[in-house]
Design a protein around this ligand. Structure first.
Ligand code: SAM
Ligand code: DTB
Ligand code: SF4
Length: 333
């Protein structure tokens, strides 16, 4: 049985990442198959509740106000429209709804009050509710928890060493502080990153090491392939080689054996065969629905055909209980 460890060294993770590809995939698949539900894939549906106009300078992001990306700023969605979208997603097999806002941080204003109402409404539909709203303080995290928030997405994106090259308007420690606030409020953590930003293999390993040495591993780890956006500083980045994606997923699966690993942005450019390799390497979650936040995602029916071909089934909501985080582990955080 794979042991859940929190004392990985970078060298150990690098050695895993650099194994011969088929050995790496075999090891990750073997660990994944210790989980009796290995054929289940968790489906999350994304909805952009507040699009564009963000003041941060994240070099990859279509929603940063300072780049001309063609994304139109939109007012915050109404609660009823979110409920309707959630019902459609649930009918399509989604167990989780993730609501994203193009904010640097949450502010204590009427928009946040509305997010709280959205969280309550989606929770009442018996779906796992997730939000990704930027930085949060302890009090804001607690309000979300009290409203029934199940997960909070807050990605590290790259390594601590590489961070300033990608984002200058906040620090890595800001990111880690928000994750701590989410943990303290007993909300599950969803945190991962992006590859294809021009980072090195050492940066990838360093990011995985930071996640894998948290006192409690993130319950979900999204691995995104950069979707290069015209108008952003990273518009000319070449497409991420599929084998890099497979290596990232397999390494994440091996060092965080109990976490859900999400094959996130970038699927629109991948064939079924390429995605099958990612599932073999231990990915057990996707974002489904025709759109991510602002960019296209595979069509829902194509994804269902892929599930059929590969013998995958959607995972039901709350499989690990409503509050899967261990109390003792919290105390140690
Ligand atoms: N504003 C909040 C934040 O930054 O935490 C939440 C929304 S933000 C769009 C969520 C995540 O989407 C980012 O952390 C990043 O990992 C991912 N993302 C954004 N643009 C992307 C792109 N072009 N390609 C791949 N992933 C992207
Ligand atoms: C995550 O790791 N990936 C999602 C979600 N968390 C919020 C976002 C991907 C965004 C891709 C670019 C876009 O569609 O705007
Ligand atoms: Fe985009 Fe989030 Fe960065 Fe804003 S904080 S630019 S929405 S990734």
């Amino acid at each position: 049985m794979a042991i859940v460890r929190h004392n990985w060294t970078r060298q150990e993770i690098l050695d895993i990442y650099q194994k011969p590809l088929l050995d790496l995939v075999f090891e990750a698949a073997s660990i994944h198959r210790e989980n009796k539900d290995y054929g289940e894939v968790q489906i999350s549906s994304l909805i952009s509740i507040k699009t564009g106009g963000c003041k941060e300078d994240c070099a990859y992001c279509p929603q940063a106000a300072r780049y001309n990306t063609g994304v139109e700023v939109q007012a915050m969605m109404q609660v009823d429209a979110v409920i309707a979208a959630a019902k459609t997603a649930k009918a399509g097999g989604a167990s989780r709804l993730c609501m994203g806002a193009a904010w640097r941080e949450v502010r204590n204003n009427r928009d946040f009050d509305r997010v709280i109402d959205m969280v309550k409404a989606v929770n009442d539909l018996e779906m796992e509710v997730c939000c990704t709203l930027g930085m949060l303080n302890e009090h804001q995290a607690q309000r979300l928890a009290d409203a029934g928030l199940y997960a909070y997405n807050h990605n590290l994106d790259t390594s601590e060493e590489d961070y300033k090259r990608i984002i200058s308007t906040r620090t890595y420690d800001d990111r880690l502080d928000t994750i701590k606030n989410v943990r303290k409020a007993k909300i599950t953590v969803c945190s991962g990153g992006i590859i294809g930003l021009g980072e090195t293999v050492d940066d990838r390993v360093s990011m995985i090491c930071t996640l894998a040495n948290m006192h409690v591993h993130p319950e979900s780890v999204p691995i995104n392939a950069l979707v290069p956006i015209p108008g952003t500083p990273l518009e000319k980045q070449p497409r991420v080689p599929i084998w890099d994606m497979v290596r990232m997923i397999a390494t994440t699966r091996i060092v965080m054996p109990k976490s859900v690993v999400r094959l996130s942005a970038g699927r629109n450019e991948m064939s079924t065969v390429e995605q099958a390799f990612c599932f073999m390497a231990g990915a057990n979650s996707i974002f489904a629905g025709d759109k991510l936040l602002t960019t296209p995602n595979p069509h829902f029916l194509d994804d269902m055909a892929m599930f059929e071909t590969l013998g995958l089934t959607p995972r039901e909501a709350f499989k690990n209980g409503r509050r899967p985080v261990e109390e003792e582990e919290h105390a140690a955080y």
